[in-house]
Ligand binder design. Structure first.
Ligand SMILES: [Zn+2]
Ligand SMILES: [Zn+2]
Length: 407
């Protein structure tokens, strides 16, 4: 009898797994394993594999590959290829998961399916270059792509018993919901924009620690090759904090953190170095133009206007700074109303478009772009608008770091 009850007690104990942690510990475990997956996605798949913005030590790469196989079943080549295609065709026909193309609901709730639909041999061949094709990739990760997640399920059940299944389900849902749904969906739908890059990308939240820093999606689309996704002083990118930790341990080396440009106070010539630096930093230049030229003058026009006219200036800054591809028919009408009401804002808006047009002249040896910048400065200086005069001076202070200078 004693033997039977001892056996039953033992069986009951086994039923609940071998670990028997507290309820809180179950939650900590789930958070830790999902966080490791997020770090693997943002550092390894995204910043390293798709964009090559940092170097990673071979051990770390192997760990991330193994972990992603275990917790997502996601192959490096497919993810990299689909993501590179997203950058090549952002928010236009061909984008594998744009809410502008498919609608926000489809991307939020069927993000993982959209991913699978884009995972074709043709796309892998075209966009998946430079991804692992070694023995373990071919004969383990690719051949048994479900083997990893099945092993993870087994590990969880051995550790926790049936509740391991719930933890596993959370792990399996994490990336489809957080990355495929939230980043690819919300990141192109809601939030704020630091830079008017040529797509609808948004920074979802400035303190980006929840999904590995990927919340700073507008910054990322503006500077896709930067290993660091935060740009403003008040933004925080936890992925960058991980990179700094791995750098300290000798396991990672960031290769790029944004545009190659610097400002030299008092510099007042426009030469080829100015042109190159401005080109590199063009999104920030345009953001500065909005802050330093458009914003104060919109404010001034608003304050000087009578009550009836004031409504024309409402949200004027937002309209005048907006990227051209994001201006719909209604916004277009409001912009023409605005510039008809204020000759000063008309000049400022025209010079914004003219400045943007400078970047289109970047092919060749840069001479055409240089001429366009010189012309822009001349037009700004003869406009009689103080903010434009100051901005022209600011543009002249740009140059590239000494190591990149033309002479
Ligand atoms: Zn995106
Ligand atoms: Zn990217």
């Amino acid at each position: 009898m004693d033997l039977i009850s001892a056996f039953l007690m033992q069986a009951d104990s086994w039923y609940w797994g071998i670990w028997h942690p507290s309820f809180a510990m179950h939650i900590v475990y789930t958070l830790v394993v999902t966080q490791i997956t997020i770090v693997a996605v943002t550092l390894y798949l995204h910043r390293y594999s798709a964009h090559r913005s940092l170097r990673l030590h071979a051990t770390l790469k192997h760990f991330f590959r193994f972990w992603l196989w275990l917790t997502t079943g996601q192959g490096t080549k497919s993810w990299t290829a689909i993501h590179r295609k997203h950058h090549a065709t952002t928010d236009v026909e061909g984008d594998p998961h744009s809410p502008v193309v498919f609608g926000i609901k489809a991307v939020l709730f069927t993000g993982a399916e959209l991913y699978r639909a884009s995972d074709t041999q043709e796309i892998r061949d075209k966009y998946g270059r430079g991804t692992p094709e070694d023995w373990v990739e071919r004969y383990v990760y690719e051949r048994f792509s479900f083997g990893g997640v099945a092993s993870m399920l087994l590990i969880n059940i051995v550790l926790f018993g049936p509740i391991g299944l719930t933890i596993w389900a959370v792990q399996m849902m994490w990336i489809p919901v957080m990355a495929a749904g939230v980043i690819n969906g919300i990141g192109h739908y809601a939030g704020y924009r630091n830079f008017e890059c040529k797509d609808a990308s948004k920074n979802v939240f400035p303190w980006a620690f929840f999904i590995g820093g990927e919340e700073l999606h507008n910054n990322h689309h503006t500077y896709p090759n930067s290993a660091k996704l935060s740009f403003k002083r008040w933004e925080f990118d936890i992925g960058w904090a991980w990179i700094m930790l791995f750098k300290y341990l000798g396991l990672a080396k960031p290769l790029s953190t944004g545009p190659i440009a610097r400002k030299v106070l008092g510099r007042s010539v426009v030469d080829i170095d100015t042109a190159l630096a401005l080109m590199n930093d063009r999104f920030k230049v345009m953001a500065n133009y909005a802050d330093k030229v458009i914003a104060p003058n919109v404010r001034q026009e608003y304050e000087n206007a009578d009550k009836a006219t004031r409504k024309v200036y409402k949200r004027a800054l937002n309209l005048l700074r907006r990227e051209e591809m994001l201006i719909d028919a209604t916004a277009r009408i409001r912009i023409s109303q605005l510039v008809d009401t204020s000759p000063m804002l008309k000049t400022i808006y025209e010079l914004k478009l003219q400045l943007q047009d400078v970047w289109a002249k970047r092919s060749g040896n840069g001479e055409e772009m240089l001429d366009a910048i010189k012309q822009w400065c001349l037009d700004a200086e003869t406009s009689g608008i103080q903010a434009l005069l100051d901005f022209s001076e600011e543009l002249k202070s740009y140059t590239v770091p000494v190591a990149f200078a033309a002479k």
